[in-house]
Design a protein around this ligand. Structure first.
Ligand SMILES: *[C@@H]1O[C@H](CO)[C@@H](O)[C@H](O)[C@H]1NC(C)=O
Ligand SMILES: *[C@@H]1O[C@H](CO)[C@@H](O)[C@H](O)[C@H]1NC(C)=O
Ligand SMILES: [Ca+2]
Ligand SMILES: [Ca+2]
Length: 286
């Protein structure tokens, strides 16, 4: 009974990674070109700039053609878009309208256990509160974030015996995702080599899967630490299926500094620490 659950979780996560990526593109279209998840950050920045340019022109219609759009190089976080201010400087402002969502699967549950129509609405509210806007409903919403996808519901408590078994299941699951991505040719040659090593050498199996996932999660900033925010791609989708994921991930951050180092990651997945060396692919343009 365990195996199908792991598979379902794996499939779901891959789907949601797709969804998250396409939401970043802010175009709410079906994801057409599955990509290596390790390369999505750079694509995001590019396409955001493109979107912004279009919106700028729609907004005021008096864009000066001879100037380079200052927003081209500006990266705004979720719920914000770039606009050039009166001095021609790029500025991140709260997004004005979120796409109308009819699909109930777009709903999200926040850390305040409140259901919102879409992730855009959550990030927009947080932006309003950050900026001290009148539209901010409550100051506590400065820290609003998405806990999981779907409407808020009652989460069963994670029992001790479930928690004890969780690192093993998580390792298994990570290895299965890695293998699956290798089969579909969605890993870079660097991570494909790690995968092959894991296939051929039992002792490297869990370590390599753990190293790969950790490297993959360490997005922006790429600082060899996985922040709470960077855990989002595994936490949010898994929450709905795996009620132990949140306490599990919280335990991973042993010294409670909100960052998970490779050591901490290996320890909470119960992988031999000697096997957990940093083998992340160096991303160009760091
Ligand atoms: C969160 O909200 C749901 C639905 O309103 C409710 O069933 C659940 O008990 C709440 N959870 C907590 C921790 O308050
Ligand atoms: C398998 O990995 C272990 C640990 O890294 C290493 O010591 C061993 O030599 C490897 N075995 C083979 C057959 O490559
Ligand atoms: Ca990081
Ligand atoms: Ca830590």
């Amino acid at each position: 009974m365990r195996l199908p659950r792991v598979l379902i979780a794996a499939i779901l996560v891959l789907l949601v990674i797709d969804v998250v990526t396409s939401e970043k593109l802010r175009k709410y279209k079906k994801f057409k070109h599955p990509r290596k998840s390790t390369t999505t950050t750079s694509t995001t920045t590019e396409s955001e700039s493109l979107t912004l340019e279009e919106e700028d022109e729609d907004d005021d219609g008096e864009k000066v053609q001879t100037f380079v759009d200052p927003c081209l190089k500006k990266h705004c976080s979720a719920g914000r878009i770039c606009q050039s201010n009166d001095d021609g400087e790029a500025e991140c402002v709260c997004i004005e309208t979120c796409p109308e969502e009819v699909d109930p699967r777009r709903k999200v549950c926040t850390n305040q256990n409140t259901t919102w129509g879409s992730d855009c609405e959550v990030y927009r509210m947080r932006c309003w509160c950050d900026k001290g806007s009148d539209k901010c409903e409550d100051d506590s919403m400065k820290h609003l974030h998405i806990e999981y996808y779907g409407e808020c519901r009652e989460m069963p408590e994670c029992l001790d015996e479930e928690m004890d078994d969780f690192p093993r299941r998580m390792r298994d699951w990570l290895f299965n995702i890695m293998r699956d991505m290798a089969d579909r040719d969605e890993l870079t040659p660097h991570y494909k080599a790690l995968e092959r090593e894991a296939e051929n050498n039992q002792t490297r199996r869990w370590a390599n899967a753990a190293i790969w996932k950790w490297c993959d999660l360490d997005g922006e900033p790429h600082d060899r630490r996985v922040s709470r925010h960077e855990l989002f791609p595994i936490r949010a989708p898994l929450m709905a299926l795996e009620h132990c994921i949140a306490p599990f991930l919280n335990n991973c951050d042993e010294n409670d500094d909100h960052k998970i180092t490779l050591k901490e990651w290996g320890k909470c997945l119960q992988v031999d620490p000697d096997e957990m060396e940093d083998r992340c692919e160096d991303v160009r343009g760091e």
